[in-house]
Write a protein that binds this ligand. Structure first.
Ligand code: SF4
Ligand code: SF4
Length: 213
C-alpha cells in the first residue's frame, strides 16, 4: 500500500472546514478504477456518488477563442445529476460534518493530492494537465454514455447545461453555490458568454417572463 500520510492533515482541514470540497467535488483519474468499461462506468453513475463532468479550457489565438474540454469522472456535487458537464458548482455530496466520507485510500486522486496548508491555500502535487490527458482514451466511451443516458450529443448537453446555468443565475437559484465557486465562474464568464450567447439570451428571456408573472 502507498504511504499517503503526507497528504492528510485532519486538524488543518478541520480548521478550514473543507473549502476545496465546498467549491466542488474532486476529480478522479483513470488509475482510481480497476476498469473503465461502459458497464462499469454506468454502475458508478448508478451509485449516485459520481458524475461525468467536462474540464473546460479556452485557448485565445490572434482573432479567435477556441473551446476545449475533456470528459472525466468526478465526485458528484449536491443536487447535481449524473451528467453534469457545465454548472455553477455546488459542494461535494461526499462532504460530511467530519470531513470527506471516503478514507484516503478510496478518495478521488485529485482530492488525495491536495496538500493541506495552514493558510488553506493548498496546492496539488499532481500535474493536473497530465492527469486530465489520461482521460483522453475514454472520451468516446464517456460520450456514448452521455448520449445513451440523456439522448443528447456532448455538444447538445453542454448547450443545455449552459442554458440551465444562465437561467439559475438569472432567477438567483444559487443558494448552494459557494461564493468562491461563483468567483471562479465570473472569471470564466466572458468565455462562456462568447460560446453560449444564444443559450444565455434564451435563458434571460425566460427568466424575465417569469419575473413579469
Ligand atoms: S485541503 Fe486545504 S482547502 Fe481543502 S479542506 Fe484541507 S485545508 Fe481546506
Ligand atoms: S470526495 Fe472527499 S475530498 Fe473529494 S471533494 Fe468530495 S469530500 Fe472533498
Amino acid at each position: 500500500m502507498k504511504n499517503l500520510d503526507k497528504y492528510e492533515n485532519k486538524s488543518i482541514c478541520q480548521e478550514c472546514g473543507g473549502l476545496c470540497c465546498k467549491i466542488s467535488g474532486c476529480a478522479y483519474t483513470p488509475s482510481d478504477f480497476p476498469e473503465l468499461s461502459m458497464e462499469y462506468i454506468e454502475s458508478l453513475l448508478d451509485s449516485g456518488r459520481i458524475s461525468i463532468v467536462a474540464d473546460m479550457s479556452f485557448q485565445i489565438q490572434k482573432f479567435n477563442i477556441s473551446l476545449n474540454f475533456i470528459l472525466l469522472l468526478q465526485a458528484r456535487n449536491i443536487n447535481r445529476g449524473e451528467i453534469d458537464l457545465l454548472s455553477l458548482t455546488t459542494p461535494c455530496s461526499m462532504l460530511t460534518d467530519k470531513g470527506c466520507a471516503y478514507n484516503i485510500e478510496n478518495r478521488p486522486n485529485e482530492g488525495v493530492h491536495l496538500i493541506p496548508e495552514k493558510n488553506h491555500e493548498c496546492i496539488s502535487d499532481l500535474d493536473i494537465d497530465t492527469e486530465m490527458s489520461k482521460w483522453l482514451p475514454y472520451q468516446e466511451i464517456l460520450a456514448k454514455i452521455i448520449e445513451k443516458r440523456t439522448g443528447l450529443t456532448v455538444m447538445e448537453k453542454l448547450r443545455s447545461d449552459a442554458y440551465e446555468m444562465y437561467y439559475n443565475l438569472a432567477i438567483d437559484n444559487i443558494k448552494d453555490v459557494h461564493p468562491k465557486a461563483l468567483e471562479l465562474f465570473y472569471d470564466l464568464q466572458p468565455y462562456y458568454d462568447f460560446f453560449f450567447a444564444m443559450e444565455k439570451e434564451e435563458a434571460l428571456k425566460k427568466a424575465s417572463q417569469l419575473k413579469r408573472g
